[in-house]
Design a protein around this ligand. Structure first.
Ligand SMILES: [Zn+2]
Length: 215
């Protein structure tokens, strides 16, 4: 059975590709780093994950590859192309399997690393008291604590994908996670929501770095 990207998915891929290029210009993707994905709206067993090794200034809607949730494998129609989805594909698929997210962004923004260092040795970066927290889905007040799970970096992505599950599932409000010395994952119900959540994270990073607050 050949795989044809639906018009609905293609629209989202175009939207996300545009966002990737904008994010690249803002320092999220040095040296081809970072990866991005969508949950397919029309093929429930598939995520569309960014291709490995692409200069993000030239990233386009055609740089997404269909990957099956269950097997973690690329659709057979694409196997002969010698293209490969991101090394961190497993993390994207796991986030889709345990949340209702439809879009996942992964950035190597320098501020995300510096921010994670403020919480060195902690399981979570706990954020509170900022009005902009209301930019996160479902948040109506600055008077709450948001725990962002933090993990040590590793090249064992399958293991990391297992480790993130309980940390995400135990949080009522989950919007992202931090990898020390590596970057940040952010997700949302749509490309627009993931982008908005990323903007909140960027603001949090700047605020804490400028005030040098850590716990
Ligand atoms: Zn990465």
């Amino acid at each position: 059975m050949s795989f044809i990207i639906s018009a609905q998915d293609y629209e989202e891929m175009k939207k996300l590709a545009t966002l990737v290029r904008v994010m690249n210009s803002l320092g999220h993707n040095p040296a081809t780093s970072g990866n991005y994905s969508l949950r397919s709206k029309t093929s429930p067993d598939i995520a569309l994950v960014s291709e490995s090794g692409i200069d993000k200034s030239r990233f386009s809607e055609d740089n997404f590859l269909p990957i099956f949730f269950e097997t973690r494998k690329m659709h057979p129609d694409y196997l002969k192309s010698n293209r490969k989805s991101s090394d961190e594909t497993d993390i994207h698929l796991t986030i889709y399997q345990i949340t209702k997210a439809n879009c996942v962004l992964h950035s190597h923004l320098l501020d995300s690393l510096l921010f994670a260092d403020l919480f060195y040795g902690k399981l979570y970066a706990t954020i509170e008291g900022l009005e902009l927290l209301k930019g996160f889905k479902g948040v109506k007040t600055h008077e709450l604590k948001i725990n962002i799970p933090c993990f040590d970096n590793t090249q064992d992505i399958a293991l990391l994908a297992e480790q993130i599950k309980p940390a995400i599932l135990e949080q009522k409000n989950n919007y992202g996670l931090l990898l020390r010395g590596h970057g940040v994952y952010v997700w949302g119900d749509s490309v627009e929501e993931a982008k908005r959540h990323l903007e909140v994270f960027e603001y949090i990073f700047k605020y804490y770095l400028n005030s040098r607050r850590g716990y």
